[in-house]
Ligand binder design. Structure first.
Ligand SMILES: CC(C)(COP(=O)(O)OP(=O)(O)OC[C@H]1O[C@@H](n2cnc3c(N)ncnc32)[C@H](O)[C@@H]1OP(=O)(O)O)[C@@H](O)C(=O)NCCC(=O)NCCS
Length: 188
């Protein structure tokens, strides 16, 4: 049977994840509930995307790499609106990243092992170095590299780095096509 990404998502309380054309969900990943994944985005092995109490929106050509966790905070007495999780296009989320109830723009690289907390905003064209912590409500400004725990502005991005976002996104979009082909060959 041909690989079909929608086989690997779970409905929760009437919300079924919606996958655009070319989106890839690895068979070992878990994608639940009110989740929208844009065209050519990819969810890699052992990643959890749990939209059970609020929405998760992922744009086009994003890669959410192995062992990452994406979750939200529900609306309630302590958080009237809750915190959904929103991501633009061409975002690379490296291995073992936790994104919780935050807003991420387009053309962003989030380094391995980073944690981004509720209400944080990462503007377009930002690199967050590996193993960083972005605290609740913090805004990371466009065009800058941030590192550390808590994440601090380190320096402005170079022209090379500014060009890298789309390269990395396109590279992962091609790689997921190879994984889809491999799964097809194995009969899924
Ligand atoms: C931050 C990063 C972009 C390097 O930036 P850079 O400007 O080239 O940094 P340098 O290597 O010149 O190091 C500058 C300083 O920051 C430190 N540094 C580098 N990465 C760091 C990080 N993630 N956290 C804290 N400090 C870091 C270096 O030790 C160095 O410190 P020093 O000046 O005291 O010697 C890189 O280390 C990084 O974290 N990239 C993300 C990698 C990743 O996860 N890719 C995705 C793979 S799928």
């Amino acid at each position: 049977m041909a690989y079909t990404a929608t086989h690997y998502v779970r409905t929760f309380e009437g919300h079924t994840p919606s996958l655009a054309a070319g989106a890839f969900v690895d068979p070992s990943a878990v994608v639940i509930g009110d989740v929208v994944i844009g065209a050519d985005s990819s969810i890699w092995p052992n990643t959890t995307v749990r939209g059970d109490m609020h929405r998760i929106r992922i744009g086009e050509r994003c890669s959410i790499q192995d062992n990452s966790v994406l979750h939200i905070t529900h609306a309630g007495p302590y958080n009237p609106d809750g915190y959904p999780l929103t991501m633009g296009d061409d975002v690379t989320v490296a291995h073992s990243v936790t994104l919780h109830g935050c807003t991420i723009g387009s053309e962003v690289l989030i380094g391995m092992g980073t944690i981004v907390m509720d209400g944080a905003v990462i503007e377009d064209k930002v690199v967050v170095g590996a193993n960083s912590l972005v605290p609740p409500g913090k805004t990371l400004a466009s065009g800058w590299l941030y590192v550390g725990s808590p994440a601090k502005a380190q320096r402005e991005l170079t022209q090379g780095e500014l060009g890298y976002f789309k390269y990395s996104a396109a590279n992962y979009a091609r790689l997921k096509d190879r994984h889809i082909a491999a799964l097809d060959q194995q009969g899924d």
